[in-house]
Design a binder for this molecule. Sequence first.
Ligand code: AHR
Length: 512
Amino acid sequence: MTSTARLSVLLAEPIATIAPALHGHFAEHLGELVYPGIWVGPQSPVPNVDGIRTDVVEALRPLGVPVLRWPGGCFADDYHWRDGIGPRDQRPDRLNTHWDMAPEPNDFGTHEFMAFARALGATPYFASNLGSGSAAEMRDWIEYCNHPAGTTLSNERRDNGAEEPFGVEWWGIGNENWGCGGQMTPEHYAEEYARYRTFAFDFGETPVNAVACGPNGPDWAWTQRFFDQLSRGSLGSRVGRVQNFAAHYYCGTAGTATEFTDAQWLELLTKAVGIEGIITGHRAIMDTFDPDRRIGLILDEWGTWHPVEEGKPARGLYQQNTMRDACVAGLSLDIFHNQADKLVMANIAQLINVLQSLLLVDETRCITTPTFHVFSLYAEHRGGQAVRLVNTSDVISTGEGAAEAARRCFTDNRRAELRAVSGSASVKQDQLCLTMVNADPRQPAEVEIELRGGGLKAASLTTLNADDIHDHNTFDAPDTVQPGASMEITETGPLTRITLPPASVSRLIGRL
Ligand code: AHR
């Protein structure tokens, strides 16, 4: 059987510009991400530039990493930045308290991270330590990074090799402070946030763009109570002290990373579409405090979370990545584009070797995952104008448990719907970019693409799929899941018909 769908692209109904930061990333000191995923040290036989792996930079540069969050995650609230500056042989040995008490040599600190971010062309986004640190420690880190010269801290940065300020604008004020960042109530965190934010000064030319810790998935009470608390204050409401508010949503797993039934495939993808409700639900609560949308909603952790790969450390969060993860990535990015008026940044967790990563790296080898290829296909949307897409595709049935889990992600309690085909569209000058996921693990889909308000003059289609839904890339077979060659579409004009293979992610580029 083949499913049928019509996707109507409403060219005259813009949503918002797709901020490149919606395709953002996250690198935490966790498992094998930093060591050896990024850092091998200058003396390593593994090719590197000043200690940073050449293969990793070469893999990520063409993709473009718009923004990179660091150093955590949970790690951030027990990280003391001074441990990671100055001569490496004098830096302290610490324990990564959140992640298995793994040794943390502090070889990769502020300067090394900035070198990595610059090599990738990524905007840095630092998460500061509110949980076990102090407002003074955070304030000093900002001055160290951003003040040009002439103060003890800025001179120390220069003595450590960075003449010019790092210009770090994005500062998270803690991470998951409802959990690993201090087990706080929203009221307590709101007070701490207000205190820390007071001391997050704009040094030199760099304004601080502060990010407050938002909720865990559909925890509506966190958002409501955080803003309620901030709206009180002896000098009036302090809501204006928040520039951004960051929620986390992991769709989790069903089965394992590489072993799952068709029902589990559908279960996970249904939970993945719950992310739409997280965006619309929290934004709706924020709108009551911030009707002009001056505060940016961020999703700075999202993705799949499978059981750890056999043979890997339990708390290292290393997992494989199949076509199912690729579909989760496609569905999520499409939702971000369709909600581009409500979301300013999203960071998949995480970049290398941890959770839904883009690269898998061992001591000497580096391979790309199916999720990497989705980000690569979707990069064409960045900076485009998202336009409304009307979708008549069938809802694919899923187990009641998954539907219930996804339903909890919507404040209006509407049933979260996984459609056989879904997508997003954007326009850049005379170019249309339309990305689509066929979420059905077995049925191809015949799709009619209707352009309302225009027609396609020429178009090509590129598809990522595999022989088997469990397919993934390994160090021995790194090219099992790769996008196919682009195919010219002969039928253009206002109505174009294409067929999408089952379990696939596709990108159509057309000239209007
Ligand atoms: O991404 C892994 C962990 O998930 C992060 O450290 C934490 O913020 C979240 O719970």
